[in-house]
Design a protein around this ligand. Structure first.
Ligand code: IMP
Ligand code: MG
Length: 184
């Protein structure tokens, strides 16, 4: 698996330091606490796990599952909500947590759903934002890192549902991309 890495874009140590800063800011922004954190599965699972343990305020967790890169695709195929376990979010301060802002389709799909379900307000927290106009044009409240418009995996992000367990955020070799394409 490590032979598949082309280069490390963000190391686990950089991630750890930045997640701590983001958590400090979020803690400061919700002095009353009692928020609902909504990680977008599966990509945001690891990020959300690290983030919430550094936010010492009362919180609930709601889950959403979105599919946008089904199978071996390197570009979004459009986001679809395929499952939810949100609980009652009426009147609650919701913080949506996702791995990466790319086309912005996921945020545009989910934020209105959370509002329709009665959230008092919805803020969005992204670990990564790609350097492309569609991402820059989508409003989010917190961003961990700005990255080039490249396909990345690790720390929850996948290719064909592999590589989520890599601790660093990395790019893949073209060999690995070809090989994993057939692993469906
Ligand atoms: P968006 O809806 O196009 O903004 O894309 C968001 C979703 O697409 C993310 O939550 C990821 O699941 C997936 N995605 C976008 N870019 C990448 C990438 O470079 N690697 C892995 N998954 C990605
Ligand atoms: Mg995702």
């Amino acid at each position: 698996m490590h032979g598949d890495i082309e280069r490390v874009l963000i190391s686990q140590f950089q991630i750890m330091a930045r997640v701590k800063e983001m958590a400090t800011q979020i803690t400061r922004d919700f002095p009353e606490g009692d928020i609902t954190i909504v990680p977008v599965l599966t990509g945001a699972m690891i990020f959300a796990g690290d983030l919430i343990r550094q936010i010492p305020i009362p919180m609930r967790i709601g889950l959403l599952t979105v599919s946008s890169y089904p199978g071996a695709s390197l570009r979004t195929q459009g986001s679809t909500l395929i499952g939810q376990q949100l609980g009652d979010i009426r009147g609650r301060h919701v913080l949506l947590v996702d791995d990466i802002l790319d086309s912005g389709g996921t945020v545009r799909l989910i934020v209105p759903v959370l509002r329709e379900l009665g959230a008092a307000d919805v803020k969005v927290c992204m670990l990564l934002r790609k350097d492309r106009p569609a991402a820059k044009d989508t409003h989010v409240d917190y961003v961990g890192f700005e990255i080039p418009d490249e396909f990345v995996v690790g720390y929850g992000l996948d290719y064909n549902n592999y590589y989520r367990n890599l601790p660093d955020i990395v790019t893949l070799t073209s060999d690995a991309i070809e090989r994993m394409k057939d692993a469906s």
